[in-house]
Ligand binder design. Structure first.
Ligand code: NOJ
Length: 716
């Protein structure tokens, strides 16, 4: 929660400003403009300045440009209230970090925090003070293109990474140099869109909303996130942007959120398309009274809030409250005292600096998930490598979607990274085919390269615009003729290391058998080539673990590990089970899965008690041993199952994890603490309760690992 003396003082000052403002000026603070698909690229709305009708901008880039617009605004307005410049710094401003989904596969809050810090610093240096990050929508449908923007399918992990992201972006106290206001988005349940189709409806029960989709937002609010963006989707028939239940009753009243809410771009006007509002004025009334303080993007609030006030449909108090929320944050940012940003070139020397590249490389190598390895990895220094596939020398698609002012010329391609690591004479490069299309002309050259080599490294996958907003796919296998290309390469008999680069989990079922090693490398950003080489050489022992299930087929989607058991679970004991006739019930790779160049074993797992009361805690200890010959990180995962509930409970839920470094043959004892409150859920009366009864704890390598199961009970 935003709190403390600075906040209280800023609120007081905001009220003093408010007392001097006209109605038009007040509503101007609630209006954001910008260069987006909803407005004209060059229009800075300078004709609005004299009346004070601009509160914020989105996507105006560059220190000179933001300063110039700010200067003009402040020279023309009656009250010198600066605009706050916002942008989508999703995983990098100039130096690009791995996509958020890739970052989440590090299971490392410190890495996510470091990435957030770099993103914030680079954007700050260009005049941005507010970013629409982090995107913390739980995503359980990899067809949905926006799965790449978030932290995966699990509310517990997503919550911990949300806290880290908010801290990296926003710092300890709002207004620090090189920090930005963060914005939790999209409130709420956007990731539950039916069919994985962006903007589509969401139909979930209140309990699922509260237990799955809200926790990451609550964690972000508690961590002090300053703003929240309302989502495009409807939730059970009520659009999120006009949803008083979620925006007012839950966010403001239950959680006490004291920052401000911005709509998504054009989302208020879209209430007409939803069939929820009869005209723009009605839409503004619904959104504003539900709790949307700022309209992104355009004049809607400027135009209609005065009329709505006159008609008694909104109150002056509601307008004042929204204005104070926005002004308070502008004051905390220090904008009233210093509305401009430094223009000196040296303030932007951090772009693509060695320090920022190092953060990207570190995140990248920790994000790569090793799915298969028959021993071909790590590669040996003297091996001849056929480096093939449409992404092997690509500098753009590996940056991923939503990269702000990235610069592909600054990307370390995989070819460059591998050449640096192995030497030019060791690499024979041949693309073989494109990402899409059916041009097989390059197959022969790639096969010839493979025949001359000891090992094939094939870099396959998606281009950057295949995921992100509105980039949904109904077939999430490798696009084009890439599967066929791998099958062709396999005929050479040479071992294949398949690197899959994409924004989303892919269905790799048809190629798995052909690969001796397979890695999800996601889209790793500026330092892609170095991060990949670090893993393939063994300089970094792979440590990434999946944060979203990789399905066996598209037909299994939506798929996630923490589903209910059903009355007829698929146990393969009789015909009438909850199963598919033409596909397994299990995914290709479960949540939490990820291999290493070593092996980790768990032993001596125990609980300090067999039974706890509602005010006691339970301690779980386990010895983790690196049984192999190389050092590495393990991600030890703790899942809980509530055996019987007044509502059916998931077959397991993540309740703890620890990423631990172990030297070869080293053993460490880890301790996890569980309290009854950690096991609470929403009951039929919409109360958050922990019910007494039997539970099981799993200390596991991934969500389907049941080897260590410890029963305990909670008494009344
Ligand atoms: C629409 C997207 O849904 C949102 O995530 C983004 O922040 C805004 N556009 C602004 O670009």
């Amino acid at each position: 929660m935003i709190q403390g003396k600075k906040f209280e003082k800023a609120r007081k000052t905001a009220k003093e400003w408010l007392a001097k403002m006209t109605l038009t000026e007040k509503i101007g603070q609630l209006s954001q403009f910008g260069t987006s698909i909803y407005s004209d690229d060059e229009n800075t709305y300078s004709d609005h300045f004299a009346e004070g009708k601009v509160g914020s901008y989105l996507t105006i880039k560059g220190a000179e440009k933001t300063n110039q617009v700010q200067k003009e605004l402040l020279s023309k307005t009656r009250l010198p209230i600066p605009a706050v410049f916002a942008d989508d710094v999703i995983h990098g401003y100039r130096t690009t970090m791995p996509t958020p989904l890739a970052q989440s596969c590090t299971w490392d809050p410190a890495i996510v925090e470091d990435c957030g810090s770099v993103q914030a610093k680079e954007a700050y240096r260009d005049g941005i003070r507010w970013t629409f990050t982090p995107m913390i929508d739980i995503a359980r449908d990899p067809r949905w293109g926006r799965i790449m923007e978030g932290f995966g399918e699990d509310p517990f992990l997503c919550s911990r990474l949300t806290e880290a992201a908010v801290s990296g972006i926003q710092g300890k106290e709002i207004g620090e140099k090189d920090k930005l206001l963060s914005c939790l988005k999209h409130f709420v349940a956007y990731g539950a869109c039916i069919g994985g189709r962006d903007y589509n409806s969401v139909d979930i029960c209140e309990q699922t909303l509260r237990d799955v989709y809200l926790p990451s937002f609550k964690a972000g609010v508690d961590a002090g996130a300053a703003t929240i963006m309302s989502a495009f989707n409807d939730i059970n028939g009520v659009p999120a942007t006009a949803n008083r239940h979620t925006l007012h009753d839950i966010l403001r009243k239950e959680w006490g959120f004291n920052g401000f809410v911005v709509s998504d771009a054009g989302a208020i006007n879209e209430l007409l398309n939803h069939g929820f509002a009869s005209d723009p004025k009605h839409a503004a009334e619904l959104a504003f009274t539900a709790g949307v303080d700022m309209n992104m993007a355009g004049d809607l609030y400027n135009d209609v809030l005065p009329v709505l006030l006159e008609e008694g449909k909104v109150t002056m108090e509601q307008i004042d409250d929204a204005v104070v929320r926005i002004l308070t944050l502008k004051i905390m940012l220090g904008l009233m005292d210093e509305p401009y940003t430094e223009e000196e070139d040296n303030s932007r020397e951090c772009y693509f600096s060695p320090e920022h590249r190092a953060v990207s490389r570190e995140a990248g190598k920790h994000a790569i998930v090793l799915l298969e390895n028959d021993g071909v990895l790590p590669l040996k220094k003297n091996q001849k490598i056929a480096l093939v596939g449409p992404l092997m020398d690509n500098k753009e698609h590996v940056l991923g979607g939503w990269a702000c002012l990235d610069d592909p010329s600054k990307t370390v391609s995989i070819l460059e990274g591998m050449t640096e690591a192995f030497g030019e004479e060791q690499i024979i490069a041949a693309k073989g085919c494109d990402i899409e299309g059916d041009n097989r002309e390059g197959f022969a050259e790639a096969v010839a390269a493979a025949e001359k080599a000891d090992v094939i490294v094939a870099v396959m996958g998606e281009h950057r615009s295949m995921s992100g907003e509105a980039m949904n796919r109904s077939d999430i296998r490798l696009p084009g003729i890439q599967e066929e290309f791998i099958h062709t390469l396999a005929q050479t008999g040479k071992p294949i290391v398949l690197l899959a680069s994409s924004g989303r989990p892919l269905v790799l079922t048809n190629v798995r058998e052909k690969a001796n090693a397979m890695l999800m490398m996601w889209q790793l950003g500026t330092e892609t080539g170095h991060a990949v080489a670090d893993v393939l050489t063994g300089a970094h022992n792979p440590s990434g673990h999946l944060t979203a299930t990789m399905p066996w087929s598209v037909g299994q989607i939506p798929i996630n590990y923490s589903h209910f058991n059903t009355g007829r679970p698929a146990l393969n004991v009789c015909w009438f089970e909850s199963k598919y006739m033409d596909a397994p019930i299990d995914p290709l790779y479960p949540f939490g899965y990820g291999k290493s160049y070593t092996e980790f074993a768990y032993s001596n797992a125990k609980l300090d008690k067999e039974s706890i009361s509602m005010n006691e805690t339970l301690t779980v200890t386990v010895d983790v041993t690196n049984t192999g010959d190389v050092a590495g990180y393990d991600v030890v995962q703790l899942y809980v199952r509530d055996m019987v509930g007044s509502r059916v409970r998931p077959i397991r839920e993540l309740k703890g994890f620890e990423k631990v470094w172990l030297e070869a043959k080293e053993t460490k004892t880890l301790t996890f603490t569980i309290s009854p409150a950690d096991l609470a859920f929403t009951n039929n009366a919409m109360q958050t309760v922990t019910e007494p009864g039997d539970f099981q704890i799993f200390v596991a390598h991934h969500a389907l690992d049941s080897d260590i199961c410890l029963p305990f009970c909670i008494t009344c």
